[in-house]
Design a protein around this ligand. Structure first.
Ligand SMILES: *Cc1c(COP(=O)(O)O)cnc(C)c1O
Length: 375
């Protein structure tokens, strides 16, 4: 049996008519830059997340970048974040000229550990940038308390967490700014790149809207230096269709996750730990195992898609050598990078496929450790 990590063709086949109609309508209008497709989608995302404002941008990365720009963060500033995330979280901090300051994760949730944040705060700290990894919100209460106490801002990297909730509050709406990605493999994925910034701060929303078109307001008059950070109207038209299906897809992902939770209970595998007050959207279902690399090769042989998110913590990346971190600085991130494996959880999976994945993991775990692993 073949079980891919993600199958977007399957999803497309269920909504193809609606998508083609939406694209056709946009083609007829020839309004490709901003316009009603983008502004309608912004209102819908704001409503969906429970934020007052939303500004469509060119990618999740650009959502983070423009958020840092809007807060005026730059040279000489520090931003606290997690080393166990996609590169763009830290990359954006560096690109505005600030310094990423890493804080280790909580071993159970893979998210930044708020108890370790306070000692990392200095007089240069301007913001905390938590990531809601794999679809589960970071421990926001502790983060928001520290931010209030030290008068620093919070930008949520909610690229993997659209629709997730923390104690009833929407991912992206708890800090000053929240960033979403519509990269095709995200739970709400476009047909290319796209992103969104949400906020309850009207002034920040306005600033981001101006920055996304070269800081120009009115046209050809520039009080700020922005860039071209616009969300394409054609992506917005497609994403509006997909948004109407998102809750049903999320429900399916959650059901798949709970089937795995049950079936994997019998095996020596660590399944995802979701705090009881969190509503995870399971962008990834990530297990932890000792012989991870061997399991991955075994599953690939059996045609089960799987992937490592992420194999090397950001503090140990070559481009960050100059920051001076060393192996051992963030042991939980390093352990997670060595043990975690993402297995298929996408909505269209059948129960038969889920059982096959678990069966194969079980077969692997029954085998004797190979010589290379025993060394
Ligand atoms: C996908 C992702 C991003 C970047 O989004 P793009 O749309 O690919 O630029 C940022 N942070 C995290 C945690 C992500 O998963």
């Amino acid at each position: 049996m073949k079980v891919p990590l993600l199958d977007l063709k399957l999803q497309f086949s269920t909504i193809e008519g609606e998508i083609r109609a939406a694209i056709d309508e946009l083609l007829q209008s020839q309004r490709f830059i901003l316009g009603p497709a983008v502004s309608d989608f912004e209102k819908e995302i704001a409503g969906y997340c429970g934020a007052e404002h939303a500004v469509g941008v060119s990618s999740g990365t650009d959502a983070i970048l423009i958020s840092l720009m809007a807060l005026g963060i730059g040279a000489g500033d520090e931003v606290i974040t997690t080393p166990y995330t996609f590169f763009s979280t830290a990359g954006c901090i560096s690109r505005v000229g600030a310094r990423p300051v890493f804080v280790d994760i909580d071993a159970r949730t893979f998210n930044i550990n708020p108890e370790r944040i306070e000692t990392a705060i200095t007089e240069k700290t301007r913001a905390i940038l938590p990531v809601h990894l794999f679809g589960q919100c970071a421990e926001m209460e502790g983060i928001l308390e520290l931010a209030a106490k030290h008068d620093i801002r919070v930008i949520e990297d909610a690229a993997q967490a659209i629709g997730a909730k923390y104690k009833g509050r929407g991912a992206g709406t708890m800090g000053n700014l929240g960033c979403f990605s519509f990269f095709p493999s995200k739970n709400l994925g476009g047909f290319g790149d796209g992103g969104m910034v949400v906020t309850n701060d009207a002034a920040l929303a306005e600033k981001i809207a101006v920055l996304r078109t070269h800081g120009s307001k009115p046209k050809y008059f520039h009080s700020m230096i922005g860039g071209n950070f616009r969300l394409d109207a054609i992506q917005a038209a497609i994403l509006r269709v997909k948004l109407s299906h998102l809750d049903a897809w999320t429900e399916k992902r959650r059901q798949n996750a709970s089937v795995y939770d049950q079936l994997l209970k019998e095996l020596p595998v660590v399944t995802p730990h979701i705090e009881e007050y969190n509503f995870s959207i399971f962008n990834q279902y990530v297990i932890r195992v000792q012989r991870r690399d061997e399991l991955m090769s075994f599953l690939k042989e059996k045609e089960v898609g799987c992937a490592i998110y992420y194999p090397l913590p950001l503090d140990l990346q070559r481009c960050y050598e100059h920051l001076g971190y060393r192996k051992g600085d963030f042991p939980e991130s390093e352990r997670a990078a060595a043990e975690s494996l993402s297995i298929p959880v996408f909505p269209e999976l059948t129960e038969e496929q889920l059982r096959y994945v678990v069966e194969q993991i079980g077969l692997f775990l029954q085998r004797e450790p190979s010589h290379s692993a025993a060394k």
